[in-house]
Unconditional design. Sequence first.
Length: 435
Amino acid sequence: MKRRTIHPARQLTGGVEPPGDKSISHRYAMIAALAEGASELRHFAAAADCHSTLECMKALGAEVKLDKDTVRIIGRGLRGLKGSRRALDAGNSGTTMRLLAGILAGQEFMSQLTGDSSLQNRPMNRVVGPLRQMGADIRARDDNFAPLEIRGGRLHAIDFKMPMASAQVKSAVLLAGLFAEGETIVTEPARTRDHTELALEEFGARIEKSGKTIRIQGLAAGNGGAKLHGRSLDVPGDLSSAVFFIAAASLFPDSNLLIRNIGLNPTRTAILDVFASMGASLQMLSVRSAHGEIVGDLAVKGASLKGGVIEGEQIPLVIDELPMLAALGPYTEQGIEIRDAAELRVKESDRIAALAENLRRMGATVEERPDGLRVEGRQGGRLRGAEIEPHGDHRIAMAFAVAALGASGATVIRDAGCAAVSYPTFYEDLERLAE
């Protein structure tokens, strides 16, 4: 899909069930491949990123069968994976590359991990460093970038105090900890999403959590002989995808939207707190527990959004949702200010620069800063339709498709197909709900 035209809307009504959660799908697939026996993963993410993970696990010897949105995996056990003659291709997925690096660090073979041009320009030293501390032999281009060459082997446990809050770094170390002798300890500077810990527990790993510190017991031979066991699991809907519909419905007073079967993990729902503080009309319904995760429905109605400042410890908890919040800025009373988010510059694109560029194209007033930006609120007019350049970044494309619903005139999203990385049917769902 080269280009997509988005027309203004008057409201959003109806119901939608976004695809399975990307973060959880990645983790279930990787851990299922390390487990013994069969796993069935239902409502698996449609995202291209998660299918990159499946292809990597197949290349490493796991049996993977896909039937619509159900994935069946026959795991090989902790020591049963096999080396791949070809480089493992993570595509556009930083989660695949960073988490898989943790698993490969503990294998008795050499692996190469590569990805597309975007992924090859994203920093990997944040995971390479602690994995080397555990005894892994890892080589990277300029000691920081993919492709990675990982010579796995015996690992030892470490007590790792993370210099930055990153769920991917934490997860890479915990997964490597499965293969280490002794107890691996990870302490976060700020709390991040805990899907890895919950998934590892669900499959049978020994995890202890206390505040911002997580401990995992190695399961390799000599560490008690414990095993991971195959599981039958449902993947909740992706809250990060639901955010686009929350934002879109909030733009129009007459909106009435139900978003079904969404993951409401407490380490992810900070974005709902942000929306609530801005004045959004949100209600959680049918909340329940499933495999350690919290799942429910979200009822959203139109609201007048105030805006506000997002900073500090909030940032790692809403890092994926910041593009949508920034693109909402011109529709809020006070505008949106994002601070302490330099991490946005090393995502699938330089998201700070991409947001500033495209907001200005639509007529917004934006102050770009090294670690964030300030987007002015309502100034007597609304955004105007424009050509949007997402720079190959799915979240930029989707955020501006939503912003376009409230603009005057049509908006064209260039390279609109990049949204398929996380949500292949996004535009169809958005058009169906928009009136």
